[in-house]
Design a protein around this ligand. Structure first.
Ligand code: GLA
Length: 387
């Protein structure tokens, strides 16, 4: 008995030392928001550098009026190109496109939303605007004064090999913590240096795992299906980020947008809409707001899904859910309609299970040992499998 207690004690101290070395998990978790993957909107994919304060206000209006907010999207995030000059004290000011940052933040907050902003650990942002290098504390204080709730910190012009980027991200994390304001910290350095291994230790709530997405099936699929294997690095408070959504930006067809949304939900990815919310079609709205898909993404278990079967262009992905059921994506990356089968032994359920189609929102009854669906080219059938 004593021997067992000693051995438990030794194991407990090893775990505690481990946690101490990895103090970052404590950081990421103390930064309370992002217990589930952040949901909101970001200006970059549609507006890029042309974004103005008026666009962000219009996005906030649309998030509320279209019902996107009730679906769970709460962040309105300004990406690059808002920055102006620093004054004599080093304080950053917005440029003429953002005349009143505090006013914008009050406006966004009055709508029950949260405001995000963007900077770089380097001297310049990716679009060549003022970065935060050497001004981290001052910038964090400025963001907190404006009422900012989310910071995307984009590598861009930062120079140096690991551990320099880790130190740079940690520096900003500590500056944000010092403000006392909970600010989601989004690391963006394109998956370099296996960021998923150290992201939590520098306070990251999410980190980009790849280069930029574009509104194109091949690029979206390359990024999304390429996430397999990273699942063990994600969890409540610290998420892999395969980049923002392109749903509704116009270059992907409905099946491709459905694949994009389904895959991101199965991946427990942050859901940051990247389209012009003030001008979206009912089809785009339905894809972005399907409560059954979003429930998969936001499931409290916080487990990222992974691929369990692949046959040529056909793939089956599974995400375990808190209620003991599994969300399953049957994907067809090929050029013509194909039957795709999910075998229950791959899904991890017994021989008999209830199937519900999450896009059709329809129960498909009890199935035995497998489920097969005809899946359109570049399309998906997403189901919930309940043992
Ligand atoms: C990088 C990022 C993008 C976007 C642009 C802005 O490319 O990966 O998401 O923020 O910078 O310049």
């Amino acid at each position: 008995m004593i021997h067992r207690l000693v051995s438990i004690g030794v194991r407990a101290s090893i775990i505690l030392v481990g946690l101490g070395l990895f103090g970052g998990f404590a950081f990421a978790q103390r930064n309370g928001p992002a217990r589930t993957p952040p949901m909101g909107w970001n200006s970059w994919n549609h507006f890029a550098c042309k974004v103005t304060e008026a666009d962000v206000r219009a996005a906030a209006d649309a998030i509320v009026s279209s019902g996107v907010r009730s679906a769970g999207y709460i962040y309105a995030n300004i990406d690059d190109c808002w920055q102006g000059k620093r004054d004599g004290q080093g304080v950053i000011h917005p440029n003429e496109k953002f005349p009143d940052m505090k006013g914008l933040s009050d406006y966004v907050h009055a709508k029950g939303l949260k405001l995000g902003i963007y900077s770089s650990p380097g001297p310049k942002t990716c679009a060549g605007y003022e970065g935060s290098l050497g001004h981290e504390e001052l910038d964090a204080q400025t963001y907190a004064r404006w009422g900012i709730d989310y910071l995307k910190y984009d590598y861009c012009s930062f120079q140096g090999d690991v551990p320099a980027p880790m130190a740079a991200y940690k520096k900003m994390h500590e500056a944000l913590e010092k403000t006392g304001r909970p600010i989601v910290f989004s690391l963006c350095q394109y998956g370099m240096d296996r960021v998923w291994g150290w992201g939590p230790s520098v306070g990251g709530n999410l980190w980009r795992t790849t280069g930029d997405i574009s509104d194109n099936y091949d690029r979206m699929a390359y990024i999304g299906f390429g996430q397999n294997g990273l699942e063990r690095f994600a969890g409540p408070g610290h998420w892999n980020d395969p980049d923002m959504l392109e749903v509704g930006n116009g270059k992907m067809n409905k099946d491709e947008d459905l694949t994009h949304m389904s895959l991101w939900c199965l991946l427990a990815a942050p859901l940051l809409a990247g389209n012009d919310l003030s001008k979206m079609t009912p089809e785009t709205l339905a894809i972005l707001t399907n409560p059954e898909a979003i429930a998969v993404d936001q499931d409290p278990l916080g487990v990222q899904g992974h691929r369990v079967a692949q046959e040529g262009q056909l793939e089956v992905w599974v995400k375990p859910l808190a209620d003991g059921s599994k969300a399953v994506g049957l994907f067809n990356r090929g050029e013509s309609v194909m039957p795709v089968t999910a075998y229950f032994r791959d899904v991890g359920v017994g021989d008999e299970a209830l199937i519900r189609d999450l896009w059709e929102k329809r129960d498909l009854g009890v199935h035995h040992s497998s489920f097969t669906a005809q899946v359109p080219s570049h399309g998906v059938v997403m189901i919930k499998v309940k043992p």
